[in-house]
Design a protein around this ligand. Structure first.
Ligand code: SAM
Length: 235
């Protein structure tokens, strides 16, 4: 069971004020994560204090640097067990229109259960990102795309930016390494412009960064390419 006070205190340090209802939802989410993880490997992080810091606070850090608005249409690419967008939904009281996308169905079944125990609603899609963004219903229709721990930034941009509408943002959660230089060309080709890149530390001292890319023009229809080409010849 996670410690409510610890979560509250750490979130507040990132400028996020969690109320009782939100703290209860985080507890339910953590319990579901721990129990499901005993049957199916969703995450290597299972200690309750580590879940608070490395999953919940790591995800909530987005709110310190990016102004996510109620009603925003958000797509989480390679969402795994729901990070970062399920914590963001909880902190925004469910008032985000979120789509979770992953190529592994079992992870999505977990998200479905986690949403249910938290009393939240979202769209869940089993697909490869590079295939889904070719569908008109999803291409350039999102205010925000998020991704954590999915691929290097130059590859990730091609997976995520086609979903973002012009004027929207791609928010990439990254570790300590500076990947911006190698991704500059991809960002430009895909219609983006770096809005900001911030580095910070988690409460345990681990270094993280968040890169915020604004979509300033449409992504050319040639992108995304098939995954083999995205990965072997990154833009
Ligand atoms: N974002 C989660 C987190 O931070 O805990 C999960 C990270 S996990 C290391 C990467 C996830 O991305 C996996 O669940 C994998 O199935 C998914 N993934 C990788 N490439 C993908 C693609 N092209 N389309 C959809 N999902 C993808």
């Amino acid at each position: 069971m996670i410690n409510r006070e610890t979560l509250y205190k750490y979130a507040k340090a990132f400028g996020v004020e969690l109320d009782d209802n939100m703290l209860s939802r985080f507890r339910l989410y953590a319990s579901e994560l721990i129990s499901t993880n005993k049957k199916y490997n969703l995450t290597a992080i299972t200690d309750p204090d580590d879940i608070i810091v490395k999953h919940f606070i790591d995800s909530l850090a987005v709110l310190k640097f990016f102004d996510l608005e109620y009603g925003d249409r958000v797509i989480d690419i390679g969402s795994g067990a729901g990070f970062p967008s399920l914590p963001l939904m909880i902190a925004k009281n469910g008032m985000l229109e979120t789509t979770f996308v992953d190529s592994v169905r079992k992870k999505l079944l977990f998200i479905e259960r986690a949403l249910k125990v938290c009393g939240l609603k979202a769209e869940i899609i089993h697909a490869r990102a590079e295939e889904l963004s070719r569908d008109k219903a999803y291409r350039e229709t999102y205010d925000v795309a998020t991704a954590r721990a999915v691929a290097p930034l130059n590859i990730l941009c091609e997976l995520c930016m086609p979903f973002v509408k012009v004027g929207g943002y791609f928010v990439a959660l990254k570790g300590a390494s500076d990947e911006l230089d190698t991704a500059k060309n991809a960002i430009k080709v895909l219609g983006g412009k770096v809005e900001s890149s911030v580095s910070y530390k988690l409460p345990n001292g681990d270094s993280r960064s968040i890169i915020i890319i604004k979509k300033i023009s449409q992504t050319p229809t040639a992108y995304p390419r098939i995954y083999k080409n995205i990965a072997s010849k990154p833009l």
